[in-house]
Design a protein around this ligand. Sequence first.
Ligand code: GSH
Length: 200
Amino acid sequence: MLKVYGDYRSGNCYKVKLMLHLLDKPYQWGAVDILKGETQSETFLVKNPNGKIPVLELEDGTCLWESNAILNFLAEGSEFLPGEPRLRTQVLQWQFFEQYSHEPNVAVARFIQLYQGMPEERREEHGIRLARGYKALKVMEQQLLRTPYLVGEDYSIADIALYAYTHVAHEGGFSLEAFPAICSWLDRIASHPRHVTMLG
Ligand SMILES: N[C@@H](CCC(=O)N[C@@H](CS)C(=O)NCC(=O)O)C(=O)O
């Protein structure tokens, strides 16, 4: 059986969990506590030399890491990954955007506020992450005013990648009030019959 090493509160790990539920694939969950430094242990570094979760361990022992790479692996051949090259590239486009422009701001602002309780020495950085995060949210809003999902008409792994931290952006100090198209999209994603919540 597939095994996911992760932390339920991590958006990057939630991407993998949500994908597995949408595909109705059974899996085991191996809890890893990042605050206790468990990603840096010798045994964990064998699974991911970069010392980060999520990791997906396959039946033959192969370990895959990087959340969006794992999404691409799991979604292969399913309705969540288009085969047509232009659409497939647009999926990748949103996933690279997520890793470079969205996650480092929206997720890190959440880490500073929720996990670290906003320490004084990170307040200024938090403000910068908020400003950059709002810029990324505006990019998403523009697309979602035009199409129901990030890549056109269909729910894809581009949506899973960006849903993970957007739906908990308030935990990082963001308000989504000025983003009606994002709010409708969040509801659309959550209404899928096989949707699972982050802590559910
Ligand atoms: N780009 C990676 C980021 C993974 C990542 O930052 N994971 C965090 C948890 S959300 C982690 O493992 N942090 C522990 C550490 O860096 O030691 C991905 O998308 O999988």
